[in-house]
Unconditional design. Structure first.
Lengths: 113, 113
C-alpha cells in the first residue's frame, strides 16, 4: 500500500534555531516528492519538488534532501523565524499516476520567540 | 493573478441539504482536483479532472459529484450532506506551464449539523 509517514507529528523550537523534519514513503514506482508549507487556515504552498535523480534542493532557508534508496526525505529549516510556524506536508506521487498524490499527515512546527 | 479561487470560504449545512463548492483557476492548467482535509490525516483526493471534459473518482468520492464546466472551473457538489462530510475542502490545479507544481486554493470550511 502506498503510504507517506512524517515525523515528528509536532515540534516546538526557539526562534533562530535549526530543525529537521522527516518523511518516509513506500510509494512505488516513485515519480517525485514534494514538500508543502501550510499556514493555519490557508491552503498548502509548494516549497520544493524533487525527482528520482535529485538528492537535494533548496528554497531560501529550506533545504530538502531525498534518498531514493532508503525512501526517505528530510526538510531542514535554517535559522527559524516566527513565520515558519506552520504545518509541513510531504507529498509523493507514483510514476504511473502522477496526478494522484499521496499526502503525509504533516508535521506541525511552532517557532517561539 | 488570483491563482486558484474557491468559494464559499465557510458554510454550515443541515443534514440532507445540498450545496456546490466552486473553484476557478486562471493559470490555464489542464488538471484540477478536489481534496478534503480532516484533523490528523493527510489530504485525500475526492475527484480529479485530468483535462477539460473528463472527470474521475479519487480515493473518497462517495457522496460527491463534480463538474468540469470549462478549462477554468471545476465544481464539487454535495447532493445530500452528511455530518461525515464536515471537513475542509481544497481545490487545486496543475499544469505544465507551472513546472508541474500543484497550486491550492485557500480552502472551504464546511460544517454539516
Amino acid at each position: 500500500k502506498n503510504q507517506v509517514e512524517q515525523s515528528p507529528q509536532s515540534l516546538i523550537i526557539l526562534e533562530g534555531k535549526n530543525c529537521t523534519l522527516q518523511c518516509n514513503y513506500t510509494v512505488s514506482p516513485f515519480s517525485n516528492l514534494r514538500w508543502y508549507k501550510q499556514d493555519t487556515g490557508r491552503g498548502p504552498v509548494s516549497l520544493t519538488i524533487m525527482t528520482f535523480s535529485e538528492n537535494t534542493k533548496s528554497n531560501g532557508r529550506y533545504t530538502a534532501t531525498l534518498d531514493a534508496d532508503t525512501k526517505q526525505s528530510s526538510l531542514h529549516i535554517t535559522a527559524s523565524q516566527l513565520s515558519d510556524s506552520a504545518s509541513y506536508i510531504c507529498v509523493v506521487s507514483a510514476w504511473d499516476s502522477s496526478y494522484k498524490l499521496i499526502f503525509g499527515s504533516g508535521t506541525r512546527l511552532l517557532v517561539r520567540p | 493573478n488570483a491563482g486558484v479561487t474557491q468559494t464559499p470560504k465557510f458554510q454550515v449545512l443541515k443534514t440532507g441539504q445540498s450545496m456546490t463548492l466552486q473553484c476557478a483557476q486562471d493559470m490555464n492548467h489542464n488538471s484540477m482536483y478536489w481534496y478534503r482535509q480532516d484533523p490528523g490525516m493527510g489530504l485525500r483526493l475526492i475527484y480529479y479532472s485530468a483535462s477539460e471534459g473528463t472527470t474521475d473518482k479519487g480515493e473518497v468520492p462517495n457522496g460527491y459529484n463534480v463538474s468540469r464546466l470549462n478549462k477554468r472551473e471545476f465544481s464539487l457538489r454535495l447532493e445530500s450532506a452528511a455530518p461525515s462530510q464536515t471537513s475542509v475542502y481544497f481545490c487545486a490545479s496543475r499544469g505544465l506551464s507551472s513546472g508541474n507544481t500543484i497550486y491550492f486554493g485557500e480552502g472551504s470550511w464546511l460544517t454539516v449539523v
